[in-house]
Design a protein around this ligand. Structure first.
Ligand code: ADP
Length: 412
């Protein structure tokens, strides 16, 4: 209780949130003013747990990198971050830490103040997100050491999709697997889909609760979501981020029979199959060249590389099919949103996807398409088309906003 009171006072006094996104060998961080979205400082620690570990911090437009010292871990990275925040006189501005947590299961549909029970639940949910939740928890523990006086909030990547109806989240498996083991569709990238939907509502000049949208988040991981009256009602990722469309290195939907064939007849171990479908497939697997959209565009457009063209074509067709399938969830559609590194930048991908969506009355204005890249946002649709926006996502801002909101409500 005493600790809660201290936290509330801190929230009222200071006005920036430190947003932390921890991976197994990386930490992304941004210090953000929740009301304006202004980023005061940001950066990335990479190659953690190896001697190549380093941290890069961007402040006042200048980037500076520092080599980390042993044990090269998340704590070592945060120690450098704290030192830099102190030197820049920014520590006093921080009112809370907002953590991106990948899997919140069915328990968490809202941002949540971290405490030992919530941390335990995040740990238990690691069975559904073995790559992500332990890394998130590691970041939470490191921040508790580095910022012992500050409240810590978890914002879950699955939370926005908790509004999905049963018909969208139940697999065609025995129901007992859902009831007893939580095997259902959860969806991810929720914070990003929510942010771009909110931005689209501003373009439409109506409340989000009145908007019907399809959003395609295309980065290294890719997912499509359908938003009805402001709420997610279906999305392409499932119990794990592996389901759905083709991605950088993940295969997305495949016939489950392929896995049995690989194991029973082709000598794969289950770990090898895991690596194959998550790390060696998708754009990388089909092209045999790269998971990076820029490399594949270059290879296909400059060198006429047929394999790169095939990978990009399959990628776009699968996304177009996924978007079209969501007409089953809606009776009205205000528009389509592209976001994520590929969605925000690749004019080729946007053209290729939208040209397959004529039946839904989408077509692009190529001039606007070419002009809307590298952080620019706007409607790239032809004048006869339904709206089609490119919207630069900002998950960090949502995490900062939701953390600040939670603490403000708690202080009331
Ligand atoms: P993550 O899911 O890791 O956050 P990003 O959202 O940053 O990934 O997206 C990474 C993808 O965006 C890569 O495939 C990269 O090639 C692609 N990308 C970035 N810039 C461009 C560009 N100018 N043209 C085409 N693709 C781009």
């Amino acid at each position: 209780m005493t600790q809660q009171k201290t936290h509330n006072k801190a929230a009222v006094k200071a006005d920036a949130i430190l947003v932390i996104n921890c991976g197994s060998s990386s930490v992304k961080f941004s210090l953000i003013r929740p009301l304006s979205g202004e980023t005061l400082l940001s950066g990335l620690a990479e190659c953690l747990l190896s001697s190549a570990a380093e941290i890069t911090i961007k402040h006042h437009g200048k980037k500076q990198s520092y080599k980390l010292t042993a044990p090269f871990n998340h704590q070592a990275a945060l120690a450098v971050l704290v030192e830099q925040l102190q030197q820049s006189n920014l520590v006093k501005d921080i009112s809370a830490i907002g953590h991106r947590v990948v899997h919140g299961g069915e328990q968490y549909s809202e941002p949540t103040l971290l405490n030992p029970q919530v941390e335990q639940a995040i740990g238990e949910l690691a069975k559904l997100a073995p790559l992500h939740n332990p890394a998130n928890l590691n970041g939470i523990k490191a921040c508790q050491q580095a910022f012992a006086d500050l409240p810590q909030v978890a914002v879950f990547d699955t939370a926005f999709h908790q509004s999905m109806p049963e018909k969208a989240y139940i697999y065609g498996l025995p129901y007992s697997l859902y009831k007893e083991h939580g095997i259902r569709r959860y969806g991810f990238h929720g914070t990003s889909h929510y942010f771009v939907a909110k931005q689209a509502a501003k373009y439409l000049n109506k409340p989000l609760e009145q908007c019907n949208l399809i959003s395609a988040h295309l980065g290294n991981g890719c997912s499509v979501a359908v938003i009805k009256n402001g709420e997610s009602v279906d999305t392409s990722m499932g119990m794990t981020p592996g389901e759905g469309v083709l991605m950088g290195t993940r295969c997305g939907d495949i016939d489950a029979g392929i896995i049995f064939h690989l194991v029973d007849n082709l000598g794969y171990s289950i770990n090898e199959v895991d690596k194959l479908v998550n790390k060696e497939s998708g754009l990388l697997g089909v092209s045999g060249l790269s998971n990076d959209c820029r490399t594949l565009e270059d290879a296909m457009l400059t060198d006429n590389n047929a394999q790169a063209k095939l990978a990009m074509t399959v990628f776009c067709y699968r996304i177009a099919k996924s978007i079209a399938s969501y007409s089953a969830s809606l009776t009205q559609l205000d528009g389509l949103i592209f976001t994520g590194g590929i969605g925000e930048n690749s004019t080729w991908v946007r053209t290729e996807i939208v040209k397959q969506l004529g039946l839904l009355n989408f077509s692009l204005d190529e001039e606007k398409n070419q002009a809307t890249r590298f952080g620019a946002s706007g409607n790239i649709a032809d004048k006869n088309s339904r709206s089609c926006w490119v919207i630069a996502t900002n998950e960090e801002w949502v995490i900062a906003e939701q953390s600040a909101q939670l603490l403000a409500n708690a202080a009331k």
